[in-house]
Design a protein around this ligand. Structure first.
Ligand SMILES: [Zn+2]
Length: 310
């Protein structure tokens, strides 16, 4: 048995720290201070909106301060993937994200016969979540469990699945009974996709990838993989802004450095340790004015905007 902490999907990251404002590469760090605060946070419960908005698909604003018009939903089962924690209804995204997940699952099953567990993507219209994340607001982010060997789970089991950290918090080492070449293959596949802007992982995972990567051009994908706190039990893939979304605010490009120097890795490991002890971040409520329109728009089935019954 491992002594790694068990966490319910999506909650572990909520136990994380406030994001350091000076760092611009993290999953929750894209600031949109210049945007208009058009939505009263007291009245805009994005998690209660049941359906995507009708009309043209568009990601609006930043990854941590935006929304999603005309979202698509990911089927709960597919080749090489299964959605977990379905009750939160966070399996929506830009159609480009839906395609990415489905294609990644198919590639994974073809490569090693495993099934990845897909966690939070976005709410039906994106926007801030009531728990678990600061980003994931524009339908371009997806969390995927490091655990790949979990076949045959019932829908009820998948809805309440506990996640397991692959990092020993006492030694910062990856747990050998939970970490193997399959996760490395998944990370390489994800980070090599040209649609992907960044893949966030635990620092201990990044260190392992640095060790295993080849030389020269074989290391190119490592630039996209970025250590960020609270990713000990899942990887987080972020796509570039799609061409159909002119007001989407892009993730800064990755560093020219592959992030594998001893000092860089040591700094990232120390940050992971420190951030485990901090209070959870608060969602960014400064949204683009256009998100007010998305929030109130008719649903994609022609009905008026409605809520999920709470
Ligand atoms: Zn995430």
């Amino acid at each position: 048995m491992t002594h790694a902490p068990l966490t319910i999907w999506g909650v572990f990251i909520a136990a994380g720290a406030a994001v350091a404002p000076v760092v611009t590469a993290g999953p929750d760090s894209t600031k949109a201070a210049a945007l208009t605060s058009a939505i009263d946070p007291a009245h805009a419960d994005w998690s209660a909106v049941a359906s995507p908005s009708a009309g043209r698909t568009q990601t609006i604003g930043a990854y941590d301060a935006g929304c999603l018009a005309g979202a698509a939903s990911l089927p709960l089962d597919g080749t090489g993937y299964a959605v977990v924690d379905m009750g939160k209804r966070r399996y929506f995204g830009h159609p480009r994200l839906i395609s990415f997940v489905r294609e990644l699952g198919a590639k994974l099953e073809n490569a090693n016969g495993t099934t990845m567990l897909v966690g939070d993507m976005a709410q039906p219209r994106g926007g801030p979540m009531s728990s678990g994340h600061v980003s994931h607001q524009g339908g371009l982010d997806v969390d995927i469990s490091y655990q790949l060997e979990r076949p045959g789970l019932s829908p009820a089991e998948r809805d309440l699945i506990a996640k397991v950290s692959v990092v020993d918090p006492n030694t910062d080492q990856l747990l050998p009974n939970l970490w193997n070449d399959r996760q490395v293959a998944l990370l390489r596949m994800a980070a090599s996709d040209p649609r992907v802007a960044r893949v966030f992982v635990a620092a201990a995972v990044k260190r392992d990838l640095c060790r295993q990567a080849g030389a020269g051009i074989q290391r190119r994908w490592l630039h996209v993989v970025h250590p960020w706190p609270h990713h000990e039990d899942h990887l987080h893939v972020r796509l570039h802004c799609p061409p159909d979304s002119p007001t989407c605010i892009e993730q800064p490009p990755p560093s020219a450095d592959d992030g594998c120097s001893p000092i860089t890795l040591a700094t990232a490991l120390a940050r992971d340790r420190a951030e485990r002890l901090r209070p959870p971040p608060r969602p960014n409520r400064h949204l683009p004015a256009a998100c007010a329109t998305v929030y109130q728009a008719p649903a994609d089935d022609g009905t008026p905007a409605r809520t999920a019954g709470r």
